[in-house]
Design a protein around this ligand. Sequence first.
Ligand code: ATR
Length: 279
Amino acid sequence: MEKHYAVIGHPIEHSLSPVMHKAGYEALGVNAKYHRFDVEPRHLPEAVEGLCALGFSGWNVTLPHKEHIIPFLNTLTPQAKRAGAVNTVKIQEGQRIGHNTDGVGFVRSVEKELNGFKGKLAVLLGAGGASKGIALALAEQGMKVHILNRKLEKAEALVEVIQREGGTATAGALAPEGWLEEVDLLVQTTSVGLHGESFPFSVQGISEQALVVDIIFNPSETAFLHEAKQQGCRTLNGLGMLLYQGVYAWEFWLGGQAPVEAMGQALQDQLLRRMLNTF
Ligand code: ATR
């Protein structure tokens, strides 16, 4: 029987999830369709009921619904519980199960370049929802996590959550300090750079050993990543995280191994098409 999946968010027209998942279905001959629905926050409860009533097997959840959807679900996986946010829902025997693949998706996307996590220092810029999922997943891998945020109290609150989970974390002001020379992994998790703007501080003097990641993938190289590259660092944008959160969502829904290459290729092709259309 044909299965139906979707992504819900607001706005949603730029979501790359449909092309990624459809390419995966095609590659493995899975009889499924992936839809995209723009759901305004006030319509979230009816949207969840509607998806269930229509027989959807699962769906992805993106901004601004990742936290607000929780009361409408039956159970949460440990990953979703810990993050306090859901990006994947599976319907199993009528039960709505909330899961979160953002953190593991990020970990997987840096695994090869970082070559081991334990005892290494990760510095995260920003303390919002995206930072939380990544910080918890890195701490779970045994990294020391240092969180910098404009509003220091938000970084401190996140540090408390990580420590409660048994991780090692500290908070600091959004400024270039001594950590620049020691950092193994630097992650930019704020929205600064989406529209070509520069990050509030320079990473001049950063250790050349550092892997620097910006979770923004469009533009493919933010001013922040550009500067890190000029300093001799290895850099990654957020495309890998997007890919692997999708891969893990696929595997949560369908079991087996997702066709990573086909899904990644579809993402790259779609971004290229978009870039060409803007010229
Ligand atoms: P998300 O869920 O995408 O992470 P969010 O929860 O709104 O979004 O968090 C946005 C993050 O980007 C926050 O850490 C925010 O810093 P504050 O908590 O101090 O507001 C950060 N951010 C956004 N714009 C910023 C800017 N111009 N300079 C520095 N930090 C910024």
